[in-house]
Each structure stands twice: as structure tokens, then as C-alpha cells.
Design a protein around this ligand. Structure first.
Ligand code: NAD
Length: 357
């Protein structure tokens, strides 16, 4: 039996979503409620100039609606940028269900969410995110065709494509720094050996890189050491490893005032979302001469596979589009060097330019 959803969710302090500091001209913000199932969700459509707003649904036990609104506004804008830079004919959106996925997730609640997505008439297309599985997406997809990553619409697990894009991104960064994308003998510290990180490590191993690996799961670390001849390092020192590339593939906010001064690698390029704790951290990386591959540009392989699968696109096309992450990042690196501005700032501007076109 699922526990009842906490009733005492606080009201956001901002008078309206448009007064919220993260509001960025969002086109539509919906508070979705369903009495019977207890659904409380926010669907934020940031921008549909390039097409319907694609972005995952996150289920999380937010402590209040204000926190959920902050996440929905920030993440939906991030999806506009990610989809634009990936060259997809899609806008950006995101939804958040305000509940604990382990306690409150029921088929009834997911169906109610699917009906709310359907009411938006295809301006928002939902997909998996934290707290939502492929099986959940099937239930949501029973109420609306505007759900990606279902058996009918998906290529399956997006993480191999994310990993391929990250591998291409690492090659682009190495090529920009060294004049060649040959990874033979390059030392890479891969932090986090989950679905994406482990596959990134495999690509790097095949390309001849020397791996330093870390994860809080020791079994996975041992497996990588055996399979790739990797050296292990404690997860909390992975960023400070003596290496050519630091590849954060675990959690967000790993690049911050504490870790950045300790980074020895001249390149940071990995899969994790929201790697910079604050925008200022992108500036500090630049000032330290560390080439940072902006997270939403390098980790777009997954969304590319979700977006193109089911629209008649073959695996080859998805791979091709994912491999193009090499070119997108090269453009960002060149512009950053030419203009003397951080890659994180240049990526945002490039995305804005694409959105304005
Ligand atoms: P995952 O849950 O499969 O893997 C995360 C791994 O990180 C796990 O093995 C976990 O044990 C490890 N980990 C957790 N805390 C750690 C720590 N402090 N130090 C070292 N390791 C730690 O997730 P994933 O799908 O591989 O995604 C990894 C990152 O990439 C996440 O930030 C995710 O948001 C991002 N991302 C994933 C995709 C995708 O297609 N899966 C797409 C875009 C971005």
C-alpha cells in the first residue's frame, strides 16, 4: 500500500511563476492536479520556436512547490538549450511530479499525469528522468502519444548514445588542446561507472586510453579494473587525479570552489548533468586554463536518440547526429578561444542564437 502524499506542501513564495527568479519568458507553465490519485505536478514549456518542447518528467520528493517550480523552470530552459545545440527540431520543456517515487508512485497517478500531458496538445512531449522508469513511461504513454521512450517509440536505453556522444566530446577536447584526437596513452579519470560512465570507459579503453576509475560501488570499480586494466581511485579524489582528462559521469555540482582548484587535468569532459555548481565556476575553469566541455552539449546523445527514435530514423542516423557532438564542441572551443570567454558562456550564447533564428 502506498503512503498518502504529504498534504502540507507549502505554497511558493513568488506571487506568480512569472515573478520567479528562474522565469525566462517561459511559454506555458501548468500546475497539474488530480484529486483521486493525489497527483501534483508542474509542466513547464520554455520554448517551442523550433518544435514541440521535449524534456523528461522528474519525480522527486520536493519539500515545497517553490522548489519544484524552480527545478521545472531551470530544467525546461536547459532542455531548450540542449535540444537547440543538438540540432533537433524541438523546443524545451520539463515536468516535475511532486512526490516520492518509492512511496507515492501508482499507475493511477501516472495515468493522471499522462492525461495532463495530453491536454497540452503535443506542445510538450514527455520522457524519462530521475524517478521515472521505462515501465512508468509505458503507463503515461497509455494516455497520450506525446510520451517518448516507450516500447513503441524508443530505441531502448538512451545511455549508449549518451556515452558515444561523451566519447566524441572527449576526442574533440583532446584534438583542440593537442592537435590530434588520438587517445592512445591519454590518461582519463572517469568518475562514476554507471550506465553512461562504464560505456564511456569502454570506448576510451578501445581507443587506447589509460583509465583511472572511481565509483561508490566497489564491485563496478573492480569490474572496470579487470576489464580495462584500469587503476582505481577514491571517488572523492577523482577530480584531482594526475591525468589529461577528468570525465565526471556521476552527480551534478561536482565542479565547485572546493574541487576546481584541485583539478590537475587540462580538460574536463563528462556526462554528468549540471556539473557547474554555479555559473561563476565556468568562469573560474576558464581562468585556470581548463577546457570545459559544457555538460548539456556533450551529454546530448541520449536526448538525440529519444527524439529521433520512432520518427522513422534509423540507428545510423541517430549515431551520426550523436557523433556531430564533436563538431558542436569544436565550434564552442574555437569561439571561446577567439573571444577569450568561457566555454560555458559561449555554449549558452550559441544556443540562444539558434533559438532566435
Ligand atoms: P547511473 O545511475 O547509471 O550511474 C551513476 C553512477 O555514479 C553509479 O554507478 C553510482 O554508483 C555512481 N556514483 C554515485 N555517486 C558517486 C560519487 N560520489 N562518486 C563516484 N561515483 C558515484 O546514471 P547514468 O545514467 O550513468 O548517468 C550518469 C550521469 O550522466 C548523471 O549525472 C545523469 O544525469 C547524466 N546523464 C545521463 C544520461 C543517460 O542517457 N543516462 C543522459 C544525459 C545525462
Amino acid at each position: 500500500m502506498n503512503a498518502p502524499i504529504q498534504k502540507s506542501i507549502q505554497i511558493a513564495e513568488a506571487a506568480t511563476p512569472a515573478d520567479h527568479p528562474e522565469f525566462d519568458g517561459h511559454e506555458n507553465i501548468v500546475f497539474a492536479h488530480d484529486e483521486e490519485s493525489g497527483l501534483r505536478a508542474i509542466i513547464a514549456v520554455h520554448n517551442t520556436k523550433r518544435g514541440p518542447a521535449l524534456g523528461g518528467c522528474r519525480m522527486w520528493s520536493y519539500s515545497n512547490t517553490g522548489e519544484a517550480l524552480t527545478d521545472a523552470l531551470r530544467l525546461s530552459k536547459g532542455m531548450s538549450y540542449k535540444n537547440a545545440l543538438a540540432g533537433l527540431d524541438l523546443g524545451g520543456g520539463k515536468s516535475v511530479i511532486i512526490a516520492n517515487p518509492r512511496e507515492h508512485k501508482t499507475p493511477q497517478l501516472l495515468r493522471a499525469f499522462g492525461r495532463h500531458v495530453h491536454r497540452l496538445g503535443g506542445t510538450y512531449i514527455t520522457a524519462e528522468d530521475v524517478g521515472i522508469t521505462a515501465a512508468d513511461m509505458e503507463i503515461i504513454g497509455s494516455q497520450t502519444p506525446f510520451a517518448k521512450g516507450t516500447e513503441a517509440t524508443g530505441l531502448g536505453d538512451p545511455s549508449p548514445y549518451t556515452a558515444l556522444g561523451v566519447f566524441e566530446g572527449i576526442k574533440a577536447a583532446v584534438a583542440f588542446k593537442n592537435g590530434t584526437d588520438d587517445l592512445k596513452g591519454a590518461r582519463v579519470s572517469v568518475q562514476g561507472l554507471g550506465n553512461v560512465g562504464y560505456t564511456v570507459a569502454r570506448h576510451l579503453h578501445i581507443a587506447g586510453a589509460e583509465l583511472i576509475v572511481s565509483d561508490i560501488n566497489e564491485t563496478t570499480v573492480q569490474r572496470a579494473c579487470d576489464e580495462f586494466g584500469a587503476q582505481s581511485i577514491a571517488p572523492n579524489t577523482a577530480h584531482a587525479a594526475d591525468c589529461d582528462v577528468f570525465a565526471p559521469c556521476a552527480l551534478g555540482a561536482g565542479l565547485n570552489t572546493l574541487t576546481i582548484p584541485q583539478i590537475k587535468a587540462p580538460i574536463v569532459a563528462g556526462a554528468a548533468n549540471n556539473q557547474l555548481q554555479t555559473t561563476e565556476d565556468g568562469v573560474v575553469l576558464f581562468e585556470r586554463g581548463i577546457l570545459y566541455a559544457p555538460d548539456y552539449a556533450i551529454n546530448a546523445g541520449g536526448v538525440i536518440s529519444i527524439a529521433l527514435a520512432g520518427a522513422g530514423d534509423s540507428d545510423d542516423h541517430v549515431r551520426q547526429k550523436t557523433e556531430n557532438i564533436f563538431n558542436t564542441l569544436t565550434e564552442i572551443f574555437k569561439r571561446s578561444a577567439a573571444e577569450g570567454r568561457p566555454t560555458s558562456v559561449v555554449a549558452d550564447e550559441l544556443a540562444e542564437e539558434i533559438l532566435q533564428r
